[in-house]
Write a protein that binds this ligand. Structure first.
Ligand code: N01
Length: 856
């Protein structure tokens, strides 16, 4: 059915302006846009309070999609004030010629889905309606102010102003007694300005906030020209940074530095100011480790005590109820010094809450305050408020309120199931709160554009996420949020906790911009995976199914600029493998002996023997490290071998072997067999039981363990008690569904695996050699086998097929798949708590198989 418009865009801020441009000029669509304001600007149109300014540097807090816009605009301040940002957005709207698609002074009041005709009917507060195929809601996240909770507003004889809808005409505070309620980002900006203008200021503070200097200053002509002319260079790396600005990356942990080193580093960021640089440029664990967070919290409290003269006022300004950054970090200019002024008072309304607005001012539980002007800077019904007030009704009459009664549920923060063709720009659960908004918005507009293009290219009618995708996204976003300290804040809007009665939940994606962008890219590469096009959907993409800590590791690798494995040289792969130790738990105290064993090459190769501190003759595990046959070392598995020795109460022998490509097939497997024989011969001297030897390996090491078990059976090797194969690659030439689904990873890609197979097997003729592919061998009579696989791993299916083949051949074999895991997670013991499921499964399996007759 023909609709009035192809797309309705809501909002004329960063999101709306770009959406109109992108959809109209990029896709040639008929766009109608609405905004309740008198002109473009969005949040910057409304929030005209004195002191309002951005706290990402202006040059980063601006569009990056257009060379022309970047070249032609000159910022006058490092952190631009509201009038300049508004002027910028008005200028952009003119340059892009989008004003004509907008109906200003028009608020959208209803958006109702018509399932029969597959269109939306959009109603506005001027009583008109129109129909459209797509809706792009770009109304912003902090636009609906928190309702005034104080009774008596109508009785007040003075003026009440809300920072979120500050009058367009100047507000004269000269000679006035002013009260400001709220000390969030807004309060901290408005308070010093108001103090400068009024006769007396009373600040009503319920929760003290951690703030650090913004470091604003005018840009010189030269600086501003340089930024414009070299914008690509100046902004390079923005999207690879956690927060979406090229602010560098902090040191690994605040706890690894001495107090003096920490103070020096914090000073370097605090004193010149610089907004969020303090958050991302100092230490990487501030938002995830309370002890680390305490170091910056203490530091910031010390600065407050330094800057505020009256000790009692300073103490009141020192936050104590939440870790730093768990409420959105604000940045200030002269905020603390404001409380040294004689005409400024700070009132604690936590101990004595505000009870009412009276005719003459405010009454708290403790006192009455006479005021001429009250300024409400009490925050917003963030992230969901804007959408919830639009009267959105989806399929089957389901309202958005009903869909979100327990908190927001979205896919990537971009779409909801049951609400087809509706896109929420930087919607709840997207990477927005911890991501430079200008960039986050651009990313999301482009995502909405790509999704609409996907629909049009396929001649489809509707796109919407599957319920599975929404559920998986909610689980991932919640899991990542719970890894941070944010849930420790009692009233952060990041979790909906600032509004009484609002459902508590996961309102933000806290994994950072690089991870979010990698996930979205994978989703696109997989054909809008998780989105149904006219009802048919590719499965939820692998990265959305990751165990949250694994996702965080992937995000950290992306942020550190780690190359994909398939692009690494052998040397780079070797270096990368060695860094896996950074992902591991602190090594347990274990008796370790460095030894060597004779390889058939004539050399002696290194091995390590780990023995827990117990008496008696213990079972033995011979362990082969991972590394795609080309990399890896005893060090990489040192922590894991210590843990296995303790958990299995076994002697663990970690044996090195010759690596390809210098030593191609069959060097490694010959070494492995020699190692097993040597273990059988000598392990008695180390308290190991030669009749209870297990061969175990991870990844390529697991492949080698499987081959070693076969050769031990066939070549007079030791009798083995068991074999444990942790996600073994089995077949160089297989073509399994997991290879197709996880061809690009996460982490291990098929291209990387194939390159490793190639390096290992050397001569292509070796691909069919005995011992190259354990799946092709006779499997009868092999030692009991545990095959562990990771759900999101290209080698999963070949490993599981090998387990099934062992069972079919009568071998006592078990296959266990660990969901949410990727190739390599066994090694991530320090960061991925669920990696312990691998060791738990091993312990379970071996317990019975390694018991001595006396123990049975
Ligand atoms: O709102 P907030 P905001 N009695 O919710 C207090 C963006 N922004 O407008 O913490 C007494 O942070 C409340 O106290 P408490 C930015 O994303 C950006 O300041 O609930 N006090 C708190 O102190 C930011 O995060 C910039 O105990 C009451 C304050 O009001 C978001 O907007 C600038 C109260 C609200 O703080 C929101 O910031 C400004 C009550 N009943 C804003 N109810 C930039 O720099 C609430 N409060 C770009």
């Amino acid at each position: 059915m023909q609709t009035d418009h192809d797309v309705v865009v809501i909002g004329a801020g960063f999101a709306g302006i770009y959406s109109v441009h992108k959809l109209r000029d990029g896709l040639g669509l008929r766009v109608q846009a609405f905004d309740a304001g008198e002109g473009p600007g969005g949040t910057w149109h409304w929030n005209r309070y004195p002191g309002a300014r951005c706290d990402f540097d202006s040059v980063f807090y601006s569009y990056s999609f257009s060379d022309e816009l970047q070249r032609e605009w000159r910022w006058s301040e490092r952190f631009a004030a509201q009038p300049e940002i508004l002027a910028y957005l008005e200028w952009c709207a003119d340059k892009l010629d989008v004003r004509k698609e907008f109906r200003f002074r028009t608020r959208v009041t209803s958006i109702v889905w018509d399932d029969a005709n597959e269109l939306w009917t959009v109603g506005t507060d001027d009583g008109r309606t129109c129909t459209t195929r797509f809706v792009v809601a770009g109304g912003g996240n902090v636009t609906v102010p928190k309702k005034n909770e104080f009774p008596g507003e109508e009785t007040f004889r003075g003026e009440i102003h809300r920072t979120s809808s500050w009058p367009h005409e100047p507000v004269d505070l000269t000679g006035k007694r002013v009260g400001v309620i709220g000390t969030g980002s807004t309060g901290l900006q408005v308070i010093p300005e108001v103090a400068r203008a009024c006769a007396h200021l009373t600040v009503f503070q319920r929760t003290a906030n951690f703030a650090a200097p913004l470091g604003n200053r005018p840009l010189t002509e030269e600086e501003s020209r340089h930024q414009a002319e070299n914008h690509a260079e100046v902004r390079a790396g923005s999207r690879d940074n956690f927060l979406g600005a090229p602010y560098g990356i902090g040191r690994p942990s605040a706890l690894l530095d001495s107090p003096e080193e920490r103070k020096k580093l914090y000073d370097e960021f605090y004193y010149p100011g610089g907004g969020f640089r303090l958050v991302v440029g100092t230490y990487q664990d501030l938002l995830v480790n309370k002890e680390a967070n305490d170091t910056i919290a203490d530091y910031l409290r010390d600065r407050i005590r330094e800057r505020v003269n009256d000790p009692a006022t300073a103490e009141l300004l020192c936050p104590t109820d939440h870790p730093y950054g768990t409420k959105r970090a604000p940045f200030e200019t002269d905020y603390y010094e404001t409380f040294n002024l004689d005409h400024v008072d700070l009132v604690d309304v936590r101990t004595a809450p505000i009870e009412a607005i009276t005719e003459t001012g405010l009454r708290t539980a403790a006192a009455e305050y006479d005021l001429d002007v009250i300024i409400l800077a009490t925050g917003f019904d963030a992230l969901t408020g804007t959408l919830l007030r639009m009267g959105i009704v989806g399929r089957d009459g389901l309202t958005l309120e009903q869909a979100w009664e327990d908190g927001p549920k979205t896919y990537l923060g971009l779409q909801l199931d049951g609400f087809p063709n509706l896109f929420t720009i930087t919607g709840p659960q997207s990477a927005v709160a911890l991501y430079n908004n200008a960039m986050a918005i651009e990313d999301h507009v482009e995502l909405a554009h790509d999704a609409i293009k996907h629909v049009l290219d396929h001649d489809a009618r509707v796109i919407e996420p599957t319920a599975d995708a929404v559920q998986a996204w909610g689980r991932l976003a919640e899991g990542i949020l719970n890894m941070t300290l944010i849930p420790q804040s009692p009233n952060s809007w990041y979790m909906g906790r600032n509004i009484p009665g609002k459902p508590r939940g996961t309102y933000i994606f806290a994994g950072g911009a690089p991870l979010y962008r990698a996930i979205c890219q994978e989703m696109i590469d997989k054909g809008f995976a998780g989105f149904a096009l006219d009802g048919s959907a590719p499965p939820v993409p692998p990265m959305v199914r990751l165990d949250p800590p694994v996702a965080v590791v992937i995000g950290a690798l992306a942020m550190q600029g780690v190359k994909p494995l398939e692009q690494c040289t052998v040397e780079e792969t070797r270096e990368l493998l060695e860094t896996m130790t950074l992902l591991q738990a602190p090594p347990r105290d274990t008796h370790v002996q460095e030894v060597t064993y004779p390889s058939p090459s004539g050399q002696r190769l290194s091995a390590r023997i780990y023995r827990p501190d117990v008496d008696g003759t213990l079972p033995v595990v011979t362990f082969f490290h991972p590394g795609g046959w080309i990399a890896g070392s005893l060090d990489v598995v040192d922590e894991r071998c210590r843990a296995l020795a303790h958990e299995l109460q076994a002697v663990v022998v970690s044996a090195s072997y010759r690596l390809a490509p210098e030593h191609p097939f069959p060097a490694a497997t010959d070494d492995n067999l020699a190692a097993l024989r040597w273990v059988a011969e000598t392990i008695g001297e180390h308290g190991g039981d030669p009749d209870r030897i297990v061969v175990m390996g991870e990844s390529a090491g697991a492949h080698l363990a499987a081959v070693a078990a076969q050769r031990a059976r066939d070549e007079d090797g030791p009798q083995l008690a068991a074999q444990v194969l942790i996600y073994p690659p089995i077949d160089p030439d297989t073509d399994t569904p997991s290879r197709a689904e996880f061809a690009a990873g996460p982490f291990l890609s098929v291209a990387a695996a194939d390159a490793m197979w190639g390096a290992y097997l050397g001569d292509p003729a070796n691909r069919t050699a005995p011992h190259a592919n354990p799946g092709k061998a006779d499997l009868a009579g092999l030692a009991p086998a545990l095959v562990l696989t990771a759900e999101l791993d290209p080698t999963r299916d070949e490993a599981e097929a090998y387990g099934a083949a062992l069972q079919a051949a009568g071998v006592d074999a078990e296959v266990r798949r660990i969901d949410g895991m990727i190739h390599g997670t066994f090694l991530m013991s320090g960061l991925v708590p669920r990696s312990l499921e691998f060791t738990a499964a091993i312990t379970d399996f071996l317990e019975a198989r390694l018991a001595t007759p006396a123990e049975v």
